[in-house]
Design a binder for this molecule. Structure first.
Ligand SMILES: *[C@@H]1O[C@H](CO)[C@@H](O)[C@H](O)[C@H]1NC(C)=O
Ligand SMILES: *[C@@H]1O[C@H](CO)[C@@H](O)[C@H](O)[C@H]1NC(C)=O
Ligand SMILES: *[C@@H]1O[C@H](CO)[C@@H](O)[C@H](O)[C@H]1NC(C)=O
Length: 450
């Protein structure tokens, strides 16, 4: 049919707001669409098809294609798809799988019963954001990984590979890092302990030294299920998930899970149901994401190993806004470049690992504020540390790191004592949390044990 014919068809259907015209399929050249395209619901470039927004006003019947479709003002916000448009993504009507391929990330949605649904390898965290169903976590021995549980989740499927000599600790609780009340599963390749801390912080042991019966190894990932519904703690391999159990007393809803590994790093894949807190909200996926970092924690991401790294970020907090760097070695050192520390008075280098303690301390403060953002540019260039504040052209702080961190592949922002609001994606889009998660790179919001 002709373009005019296709438009007329669209006009006759109340829900039609846009069309594809061209070689849509072997037998079709006109496709009526119930939703307009915009950035964030990306179009798949296809030379054989032209896309048109269709408006009611006769003089505006066609808003031309390639350049203006991004410009549907109701859908674009600072170059990205407005939340209300993104929220329409799931549940969009479809006829075959290919009509869902334009939803992000590619391959995440399938056409089921005429509606686009996330496919089995993806988890719909909230409307408009799906993540790979299995997320890789590094269980570290210097940092504690914290994630929020989706409301109502009381069991997790995980797949664990322990480091040599490691003891993995997975604990659930009802708040982030401040919580004293936790249900804890810990295990080595030989034995399992179950215990919990009650509301007064008293530790109650439920199971001590039970045999793992080869549940986990250091050679390969093994599927394990842990559960704590109504306080009934169970752990076991997927074919015997209640191999070990114990009844804890739980008085509050459990909403966080934490991972840690003594002696050596361990790894696990975690099935859907947990994510960093801001991914449950819109703030973490905005172009200019604000990360809300709990006291004494860091947001970490891993990067291609380097000895020369610059991190620029805005920070609003009462005290301590640090950058942590971890090297890629069997026994990695962590260097914390601590800015506005010691009650917002000093800056220093703090090590954790085989070397511990504070070095190169200078009085610099007060340089952070709990009511406004300050911008810091922190550079580590082969042991030479330089920190700039706001627009100053001379560094606020320079130091020679006494111990080198080689092949830095994990960087974190956060630190001690007070809650922080941090903006960093505005300087480096790689910090947009949805980007690095959907690319499967993994990241964590973590405690520092430094
Ligand atoms: C699709 O429809 C069938 C039959 O009505 C139903 O059994 C099935 O649960 C539906 N699937 C989804 C994902 O809604
Ligand atoms: C991040 O960590 C994972 C797991 O070690 C690794 O596969 C990946 O290559 C790392 N680096 C980047 C840049 O994603
Ligand atoms: C480190 O990076 C900075 C900026 O990217 C550059 O100016 C500097 O020369 C680099 N240092 C080395 C040793 O390459």
């Amino acid at each position: 049919m002709s373009l005019i014919h296709c438009l007329a068809l669209c006009h006759g259907v109340t829900s039609c707001v846009a069309i594809n015209f061209g070689a849509v399929s072997e037998t079709t050249n006109c496709q009526l669409l119930g939703q307009r395209a915009c950035d964030g619901l990306p179009l798949v470039a296809d030379a054989a098809v032209d896309y048109y927004d269709v408006y009611d006003e006769p003089q505006n019947l066609i808003a031309e294609t390639q350049t203006s479709f991004w410009g549907d003002p109701s859908c674009v916000e600072e170059g990205y798809c407005a939340v209300q448009c993104a929220a329409e993504a799931a549940g969009q009507s479809c006829t075959v799988d290919v009509s869902c391929v334009h939803l992000k990330p590619p391959g995440a949605y399938q056409c089921v019963n005429s509606t686009c649904h996330p496919s089995s390898e993806f988890w719909e965290l909230r409307p408009g954001l799906v993540l790979p169903r299995w997320q890789l976590w590094r269980m570290d021995w210097h940092v504690v990984t914290w994630k929020r549980l989706k409301s109502g989740v009381c069991s997790l499927d995980i797949s664990v590979k322990l480091g040599v000599g490691a003891k993995a600790v997975i604990a659930v609780g009802w708040a982030d890092s401040d919580s004293r009340t936790r249900l804890t599963f810990d295990f080595t390749i030989w034995d399992i302990n179950l215990f919990y801390h009650d509301a007064n912080g008293n530790r109650k042991v439920l199971v001590r030294g039970a045999s793992t019966s080869d549940m986990v190894t250091t050679d390969a990932f093994s599927p394990v299920k842990i559960s704590w519904c109504e306080g009934l703690m169970t752990i076991g391999p997927d074919h015997n998930p209640i191999m070990i159990s114990g009844q804890a007393s739980v008085t509050q809803p459990i909403n966080f899970v934490m991972g840690y590994s003594y002696n050596a790093p361990s790894w696990m894949y975690v099935d859907s149901g947990v994510a960093d807190p801001w991914l449950f909200e819109d703030s973490g996926v905005a172009e200019d994401a604000v990360m809300d970092i709990p006291p004494a924690t860091y947001v970490y991401r891993n990067i291609t190993a380097t000895n020369n790294i610059t991190v620029k970020y805005d920070c609003m907090t009462g005290t301590d806004c640090a950058v942590a760097l971890q090297g890629d070695s069997a026994a990695p050192l962590v260097l914390v470049i601590c800015t506005g520390c010691y009650s917002n008075d000093k800056s220093s280098l703090i090590y954790a690992g085989d070397v511990e303690g504070d070095y190169e301390m200078f009085t610099t403060g007060p340089i952070v504020s709990s009511t406004e953002y300050n911008t810091f540019t922190v550079r580590y260039d082969n042991g030479q540390v330089t920190v700039y504040r706001n627009d100053a052209t001379t560094p606020m702080y320079t130091a020679n790191a006494p111990y080198l961190i080689q092949n830095i592949n994990i960087i974190g922002i956060g630190g001690c004592c007070t809650r922080k609001s941090v903006r960093v994606a505005r300087y480096d889009p790689a910090w947009r949390t949805d980007t690095w998660l959907t690319e499967g790179r993994g990241f964590s919001a973590s405690d520092s044990l430094a």
